[in-house]
Design a protein around this ligand. Sequence first.
Ligand code: URA
Length: 424
Amino acid sequence: MHAVEVIHSKRDGHRLTDEQIDWVVAAHTRGDVADEQMAALAMAILLNGMDAGEIARWTQAMIDSGEVLSFGDVGRPLVDKHSTGGVGDKITLPLAPLVAACGAAVPQLSGRGLGHTGGTLDKLEAIPGWRACLTQEEIATQLADVGAVVCATTPTLAPADRKLYALRDVTGTVESIPLIASSIMSKKIAEGTDGLVLDVKVGSGAFMKTPERARELAETMVAIGSAHGLATTALLTDMSVPLGRAVGNALEVAEAVEVLRGGGPADVVELTVALAREMLALAGITGVDPAQVLASGQAYEVWERMIAAQGGDPSAPLPTASHVEELVAERSGVLARLDAYAVGVAGWRLGAGRARKEDAVQAAAGVRLLVDVGAEVEAGQPLLELHTDTPQAVDGARAALAGGVVISDEPAARPPLLMDAIRP
Ligand code: URA
């Protein structure tokens, strides 16, 4: 087999054979196919696509590049959630303990943030002492004892994806739906969960800017799940406005704790409960209302145990920024737009996110939203707080927000959060 022949084949619009797919993914992982050849193939796939059979095989080849995790019998059904990423998306934090409190086990292997979207591990690392890296045995023990684990993926999970994703990132080939879908699903299938709920975000702050693209991604991932015997459901949810009122690592942890204590912003509660319902349905758990469990404080108890099991102190004060500035309304009217991408970039520039994988993040940096879309505001009223330990970053954050915060004379409302559900 030659890499150039595989590239020619996809470049000329043909279907890749199972043998071509198995060979090229394995050979690139071993280093026998060069990065520039794999980049050319990724571009050919981006331009000419792959059919459902090719995508399922590509996903399997990436799973086979590493280890499929097994946690043994933890005494409860395993069910996981994956979000395609958004601004203020801290949902994993209340969701994992909530679903555990309802009787399932949640092995949530997560990543770090890159660009304007935050990473779950970065958020949890704002908690003093909390540790992201666990062994497979530690994960299994925690799943059996606590029912919920949020930790770093192991290096043995789909190594082909790690190598290919890094290459796609620098060659303009991230936006291919077959490649995104197989990348996400290979890691989730290799994680060994029994059920998976996907939160596919739509809007300016998301990967997928339009409902059509988001639906196509969701349907592709649900089909991969079915082809691999993994029960998978997807929700399409709005990401044109940030989720909740906090964007940034420690700020988001504080908001998640409010939700776990029965309070917090209505949109964060709504999405947490909607995803929990889907996860419990996949786990076959009936007769438990996650809204009631959240309100009762039981999920908060699981949160405390989940954090403590990974060395964190759930009662320790969270870090706070040394510098906080307000952004005020330039005129009176209705807050018509609070653009998720603009707020995400502002948080990133303040220090909450990273531009390169090697960069450190500031635990306390970020943006607090003081007013909801649709509310009336007065000229001079504070709309946002900008938090940072590097005050020189504030000008860049304000520039990112220009045009993203719009006050109008017309009534406005936040778009509906739950847009659609895709089931097999
Ligand atoms: N997240 C992933 O894990 N893979 C992609 O290709 C895109 C987003």
